[in-house]
Design a binder for this molecule. Structure first.
Ligand code: ADP
Ligand code: MG
Length: 323
């Protein structure tokens, strides 16, 4: 069981950002409207995720750390059929096997809950504790007992970069959740959680960027598209400013990115890119996860319909603006 957890940890917990991802997705699954992430030293020293979600029932706290106790689905295609983000039931056992965890949680409003201490997969204590409703995970000294893995960690800035990229996507896809990211006492991201995507864009890219955005809203038989794209006059040298989401999940698809850029054809100077935050909604049966769920690459079965649809929807809005 221990070995299995550490092997699974090699797949689930690649780096500090993977821990942040798993804990934040659990917080979202728990219905949280407020999620605070506090990082020290790029997450290698400490990762803390605090939410105001459902909490974990006292009798379920220990089993949350058992492998596959909660597994919900078995293959990649299922990923887009389910509404919750968690699906393997192995994140917590994996993280616990390679770090030191303190979990404080309460499912009640009465201020009473549980606190568990786990080190290297060993439960050291499980006691009653004062706790507000919600869950607080503190993960310290990631990979302290797997030195080979620790050796692969890059600089603090690189690890932090992965974490903030991930948190930006979460904020962009969940404008209704108040999200905070802090690193060594600096606040890197703070959203209000009022559902306004433009405010999230302002929090991440700045108020000038938010002012340069045009709303997109389009629909055809199979797809619904919404979000914001920047006016051609407001461009960036960084092509990563295009973020795409399918059914609420951040995804990557080259064809889709090209369709977005084609809409700007002749409007953009060379080596300049728009800022675009676009969400597609579609039936789960026409999107498929390509290769590995964690890689975020998807394939669309009706891409010959999707790409022109996206290109034209954006082009129409840009043309209107130019006229
Ligand atoms: P999964 O998310 O795939 O179910 P995890 O190992 O990530 O598996 O989490 C195990 C279980 O612990 C979850 O299914 C959930 O019941 C519980 N849990 C974990 N984090 C939270 C949280 N922040 N709030 C409420 N419940 C949680
Ligand atoms: Mg999970």
């Amino acid at each position: 069981e221990h070995i299995a957890n550490q092997i699974a940890a090699g797949e689930v917990v690649e780096r500090p950002a993977s821990v942040v991802k798993e804990l934040v997705e659990n917080a979202i699954d728990a219905g949280s409207t407020k999620i605070e992430v506090t990082i020290e030293e790029g997450g290698l020293q400490s990762i803390r995720v605090t939410d105001n979600g459902s909490g974990i029932e006292p009798e379920d706290c220990e089993s949350a750390f058992y492998r596959h106790a909660t597994s919900k689905i078995t293959n990649g295609r299922d990923l887009f059929h389910i509404t919750s983000l968690g699906f393997r039931g192995e994140a917590l056992p994996s993280i616990a096997s390679v770090s030191k965890i303190a979990l404080t949680t309460s499912s009640q409003e009465d201020g009473l809950g549980r606190k568990l201490i786990i080190e290297g997969g060993n439960l050291l204590s499980n006691d009653d504790s004062a706790a507000p409703r919600g869950t607080d995970f503190v993960v310290k000294e990631l990979f302290y007992n797997t030195p080979a893995r620790l050796k692969y960690m890059k600089t603090i800035q690189t690890e932090l970069g992965h974490i903030s990229d991930y948190m930006y996507r979460i904020a962009l896809s969940h404008p209704g959740i108040a999200i905070t990211l802090r690193h060594n006492d600096n606040t890197l991201l703070q959203t209000v959680g009022n559902g306004d995507l433009l405010q999230v864009i302002a929090a991440i890219y700045g108020t000038q960027a938010a002012k340069a955005m045009l709303p997109i809203q389009a629909e055809d038989m199979d797809y619904s598209l919404q979000g914001y794209v920047s006016i051609p006059e407001w461009t960036r040298s960084n092509r990563n400013a295009v973020s795409t989401f399918v059914n609420g999940r951040y995804i990557r698809n080259n064809g889709l990115n090209h369709a977005i850029l084609r809409a700007y054809h002749t409007l953009l100077p060379i080596n300049r890119y728009p800022l675009a935050i676009l969400s597609l909604t579609m039936h789960p049966s026409i999107v498929d996860v390509n290769v590995h769920p964690a890689k975020l690459e998807v394939r669309f079965s009706k891409e010959n319909e999707l790409y022109p649809f996206v290109e034209q929807a954006i082009h129409a809005v840009l043309r209107q603006q130019v006229l």
